[in-house]
Design a protein around this ligand. Structure first.
Ligand code: NDP
Length: 473
């Protein structure tokens, strides 16, 4: 699905990536950008990388050339031409952007409009924005902020205030790359273009919604970031709450930036975690085990981890959306690391039928709609009179495979950034609301109200953490 570009006239000329030598840039940003450049949709783009002299010009050029050459293998001749042109013209700047004048000088000498991508540690991003405040920011500059956006509702508000002094809100893009995932975007088409489904999505027919993002990967060398964050902040506070919003929101009048983001904001404003946190939330941390055939050390023994910090690697919270449509329906949001199997999906479990004619056998599972986020799939699980005994019901999956040669999620969000369309980014009020929802849980966990359980890496989680059955009507 393609979101309508709201403001083509704000097309960006130069993309300045701060954090040229960083992990995000190498692993996600450059591959996403290369895929996009190869489609020919951002002609004439100038790419500039900058860091605090960690890489140097040669290393930056090598990095870009390697990633762009790889993307060229999947592109046509014209696409390869675009990739070669951007790679050949890329430039590099060195400088500590937390020092007054450094970023302002970079901006002044670039051909605008420029998008500044802050692929920097969060504290460095905040400091860089603060020192930019007294400077002149060239008109048309877009600021692109990564997650985490602040570390609390108050710090997100403070960062929003700083940013508002620099550029107008439509020129601020708070990235949540989940909003660039094709399957997540397809939730909109699935819900709002099909008569069959939309009238059923609400408290009358839905027993429970689960949004799960379980990974088999462990820390992968990211202890420095992760140990201060944990799963609730890293995955649930941002990504999974946005999936919840797309599943729970009412239909927008259009897919334009304002209509869509108004509906997302409205759904999240109505969301909260019910206060008995020992019942509505769970947290756990992995111990030594095996994952993907490799030994995984105890989380607390990983290099860079402070075991006394009590960081969770698996978190589950129950969210309620307090409006007429969803009152009483639990939304279970869960994510974890180093688990035995990957499970990345939203599952809508429907209530049982009001009356099942006597005589049917084998009807023991509810109707479910599963939306998979990798592999991207859609499956409607139904009971039918299958082959064999006509009174014994059989479970079938009506299944669609949605894997397609779409842009990578970061390609999709960068398309929004470079075409001046903030539709797929997070609005200021929503960024604050996501913290408002999880803050009471974080406080209860910090106060020890909910025990930190343990699970061996490679297992399904702590004993007794099987998904709870959906409530019966
Ligand atoms: P890294 O630590 O790998 O990279 C940080 C980059 O910032 C380096 O290029 C570093 O340059 C540069 N830098 C640090 N301080 C300064 C400074 N004062 N002036 C100029 N450049 C500076 O971080 P990540 O790439 O992992 O993360 C970047 C951001 O992206 C974070 O906000 C993170 O939360 C977010 N993010 C990361 C993801 C990931 O998978 N890595 C996923 C989603 C979001 P130098 O080498 O010269 O110090």
């Amino acid at each position: 699905m393609e979101i309508v570009a709201a403001a083509q006239n704000r097309r960006v000329k130069t993309l300045l990536i701060l954090g040229a030598s960083g992990d995000l840039t190498g692993r996600l940003l450059l591959p996403g950008l290369a895929g996009l450049v190869g489609t020919g949709r951002v002609p004439g783009l100038v790419l500039v990388g900058a860091d605090a002299a960690g890489s140097g010009e040669g290393a930056w050029r090598d990095r870009v050339e390697r990633v762009f050459a790889e993307a060229g293998q999947a592109a046509d001749d014209a696409g390869r031409g675009h990739l070669a042109a951007v790679a050949a013209a890329t430039r590099y700047r060195a400088g500590d952007v937390t020092r007054p004048g450094v970023l302002a000088n970079m901006l002044a000498e670039l051909e605008g409009p420029t998008a500044v991508y802050f692929a920097l540690p969060p504290a460095v991003t905040e400091a860089a924005c603060a020192v930019l405040a007294p400077e002149e920011v060239p008109e048309g500059t877009t600021l692109v902020l990564e997650k985490p956006f602040g570390s609390s509702a108050e710090s997100a508000r403070e960062l929003n205030r700083t940013l508002a002094r620099l550029v107008p809100e439509p020129n601020i893009q708070r990235i949540d790359h989940f909003l660039g995932k094709a399957t997540v975007l397809n939730i909109l088409g699935l819900r709002f273009a099909n008569r069959l489904l939309e009238p059923l999505l609400g408290r009358e027919h839905v027993a429970q919604v689960e949004i799960v993002y379980d990974e088999d990967l462990a820390l992968e060398g990211r202890a420095g970031y992760y140990d201060r964050s944990g799963t609730l902040r890293d995955m649930i506070q941002s990504h999974l709450l946005h999936v919840l919003a797309l599943l729970a929101m009412d239909a927008p009048a259009s897919l334009g930036e304002r209509d869509l983001r108004d509906r997302i904001a409205e759904a999240l404003r109505a969301a909260s975690v019910p206060g008995d946190f020992a019942r509505t939330t769970r947290r756990a941390r992995y111990t030594a085990g095996r994952s993907q055939g490799r030994p995984v050390p105890d989380y607390a023994a990983e290099a860079g981890v402070d075991g006394f910090r009590g960081t969770e690697t698996l978190a589950e919270i129950e969210v309620r959306v307090g409006n007429g449509r969803w009152a009483g329906v639990p939304f279970i949001l869960r994510s974890g690391k180093a688990l035995g199997r990957r499970r990345k999906e939203a599952v809508i479990t429907f209530r049982p039928v009001d009356h099942l004619p006597e005589g049917f056998r084998g009807h023991d599972s509810p109707t479910r709609l599963r939306i998979g986020f990798g592999p991207d799939t859609l499956a409607l699980e139904l009971d039918i009179n299958g082959p064999g005994d006509p009174y014994t019901l059989d479970r079938v999956d009506l299944r669609a495979d949605l894997n397609s040669p779409n842009l990578l999620p970061y390609g999709e969000v960068l398309l929004g950034v470079l075409s001046g369309d903030p539709t797929l980014s997070v609005r200021a009020d929503t960024a604050e609301d996501c913290w408002r929802i999880v803050e009471p849980v974080l406080a209860a966990w910090a106060a020890g109200e909910v025990p930190l359980e343990e699970y061996p890496a490679g297992s399904g989680g702590p004993a007794g953490w099987a998904s709870p059955p959906p409530p019966q009507s």
